[in-house]
Design a protein around this ligand. Structure first.
Ligand code: FES
Length: 211
């Protein structure tokens, strides 16, 4: 009995084995599919990441980056350290360091305070003009504080008497400790109608008046 001849057609292979795919058809099946052209004839980009993908990626990166920065800022706000406040208290020597009927500006540069001693009291004038906040200067020859900005003048007690300043200068809290040292707190200030309060001035004792 003669061997059966292979049938012609797609099912027939060149080596005569039924079911085997010919080399030509195998190559065709492994080729990448041809890109489909747009209507205008252009062929879409066949890169792994197309332009649209990159734009999407960039957009998400921007959104997530913004969220991350916002979260960090929020957390930092929650755990923000308490602000460091500038000190307001200083030690201003002793009564005997100030001559009777004198005005001292030794603490103006650091504390913006004049120490004034008259016949029976000592007080601390806060050196800020009540007009617009400039720093007045003590004019010893004229016996007055003079503001260089608009010309307001104040007596040695700090009372306004010329220029546009609407009210007297403020005083800073001053007191003596048990050892006789003077302390001034510029955070506590007294307006004219508070000058009789404790802290607005120190009443000097008989010994101090003669010191
Ligand atoms: S700020 Fe002192 S007179 Fe205007």
């Amino acid at each position: 009995m003669s061997p059966e001849m292979p049938k012609s057609g797609a099912a027939a292979s060149s080596d005569g084995l039924a079911g085997r795919v010919s080399p030509a058809s195998s190559t065709a099946s492994t080729l990448p599919p041809r890109p489909i052209a747009f209507e205008d004839g252009t062929v879409p980009d066949d890169h792994l990441w197309g332009r649209r993908d990159w734009l999407t990626r960039f957009g998400w990166t921007a959104v997530l980056g913004s969220l991350g920065i916002g979260t960090l800022a929020f957390v930092r706000l929650l755990y923000r350290r308490a602000p460091i406040e500038a000190p307001t208290l200083f030690q201003a020597g002793r009564v005997v360091d100030y001559a009777a009927n004198s005005v001292s500006d030794r603490y103006m540069a650091d504390w913006r305070v004049f120490i004034v001693r008259d016949a029976g009291r000592l007080f601390a004038i806060y050196g800020r003009c009540t007009h617009l906040g400039c720093t007045p200067r003590w004019k010893g020859r004229d016996h007055k504080f003079k503001c260089p900005c608009h010309g307001s003048g104040f007596t040695r007690a700090g009372v306004n008497f010329e220029g546009p300043a609407p009210r007297p200068l403020e005083r800073a809290r001053v007191w003596q400790d048990r050892d006789g040292r003077l302390w001034v707190d510029v955070a506590r200030r007294y307006r004219h109608d508070q000058w009789e309060l404790p802290g607005a001035c120190i009443e000097l004792g008989p010994e101090e008046r003669n010191a």
